[in-house]
Design a binder for this molecule. Structure first.
Ligand SMILES: [Cu+2]
Length: 421
């Protein structure tokens, strides 16, 4: 069933002569969503929309779909005002989404331009053992400067990902990961109108610095979707009436209860496969545990700007100092007066809760985002990290992902101040 070359090459080193024939390894450093291109060759599929990302172009070669990933240091803007030095693929962290169709034979070239060895593991995909990418166990590690080849036939459709299985803690803490979507052969199988995807990753980047600390085990301070944080995460724009799928994977060191306002959804798939219709139940929050993927689906039947976020409230904040005492209810006026004699611009923080942070224009270290930030039509949103907005509009055209702006509420449908007179 496999191409005869598969057993000879395996996940082996590409011969020098073959390198000349390598497919292109395009690079993209833009942090905005790239409109999903329709496939121009091979089997048709409806492309996924990678938040703040793109899909990797491929070429057909004698019945094989060929992709070329390059593992390399990259720069990623987390949100306007903050950029980090990460490791990723083809100019970005996460790497580009790989899309193919059930039954495709895929050949993926991996060129290592990192300062240390790496491998790629294809999470959730059923493949020959020697293609599974665990360095030392299934293949030799890929040294710096070398290109390896992975070849397999994708046997089932679903939601998967790729990441290194070499010096894992470091390489994932540096941002190495990507989405891998296998579309069903039958284009009417679980057809949706919009299909979004993102990976959750966490970083520990000290305010004022640019490179993640790689030995952090649990105490991360930037909670990201596709290595972006609020207000830098693309909005999920839908047309009213659309059937919508959102695929998410978790490569952080903790779980994330993902919550959507305004509608109910169901978990339609995991990285183990699709969930039978009869086995699904309605949810407004679904927990995505470490190393798990979830494909949720809903009918976009409620126009508006709906919050979509991780329900752990410290995951909807950006980096902050942890050694802040709780000053709620403490009258700091006398202290503040004394401090202002020495520091004239001293501000009291936290006396009335932390909401002041959302409005405060505080001097921040360079390359650092405010802890609570973002502005909506009614003022500061006071969020950060894993937070975005699901925008459902009647007027949105089919296939249009452009930002329609803030929702214009019909008169009399917004909470209002009680008037005594
Ligand atoms: Cu979370």
């Amino acid at each position: 069933m496999y191409h005869t070359g598969a057993s000879i090459l395996g996940a082996g080193l590409v011969a020098r002569s073959a390198l000349a024939a390598l497919p292109e390894s395009p690079s993209n450093s833009l942090a905005g969503m790239q409109p999903p291109p329709e496939p121009t060759q091979g089997r048709w599929y409806q492309p996924v929309v990678t938040l703040n990302g793109w899909s990797l172009p491929w070429r057909m070669n004698n019945g094989w779909k060929e992709f070329h990933l390059t593992a390399e240091p990259v720069e990623r803007e987390f949100a306007p005002g903050m950029t980090a030095r990460l490791w990723g693929y083809n100019g970005q962290s996460p790497g580009p989404t790989i899309e193919c169709v059930e039954g495709d034979k895929v050949r993926i070239f991996l060129t290592n331009r990192l300062p240390e060895h790496t491998t790629v593991h294809w999470h959730g995909i059923l493949l020959p053992n020697g293609m599974d990418g665990v360095g030392g166990l299934n293949q030799p590690h890929i040294p710096t400067g070398k290109t390896y080849v992975y070849e397999f036939e994708v046997k089932h459709s679903g939601t998967f990902m790729y990441h290194p299985h070499a010096d894992e803690m470091v390489q994932m803490a540096m941002g190495m990961m990507g989405f891998f979507v296998v579309h069903p052969k039958d284009k009417n199988f679980m057809r949706v109108d919009r299909d979004f995807c993102f990976l959750m990753s966490a970083y520990d980047i000290e305010p004022g610095t640019i490179t993640p600390r790689i030995n952090t085990m649990l105490d991360f301070n930037l909670w990201s979707w596709n290595s972006r944080v609020f207000p830098g995460i693309d909005h999920l724009v839908c047309r009213e009436g659309d059937r919508v799928r959102v695929r998410m994977g978790n490569l952080t060191m903790t779980n994330h209860p993902i919550h959507i306002h305004g509608l109910t959804f169901e978990v339609a798939g995991t990285d183990g496969g699709w969930v039978h219709k009869q086995a699904r139940w309605p949810e407004v929050t679904t927990d995505v545990a470490i190393g798990q993927m979830r494909a949720i689906e809903f009918d976009a039947n409620a126009p508006g700007d709906w919050a979509m976020h991780c329900h752990k409230s410290h995951h909807t904040m950006n980096a902050m100092g942890h050694d802040v005492p709780n000053m709620i209810g403490v009258d700091q006026r006398a202290v503040a007066e004394n401090i202002r004699k020495i520091l004239p611009r001293y501000m009291v923080m936290g006396e009335r809760g932390m909401a002041d942070m959302g409005e405060m224009v505080m001097p921040l270290p360079t390359n650092t985002l405010p802890m609570m930030t973002g502005t909506g039509p009614f003022g500061p949103i006071e969020m950060g990290g894993m937070f975005s907005v699901l925008k459902i509009r009647k007027e949105q055209e089919h296939g249009d992902y452009s930002d329609p702006g803030w929702y214009k509420h019909p008169q009399g449908t917004v909470a209002y101040e009680y008037q005594t007179t």
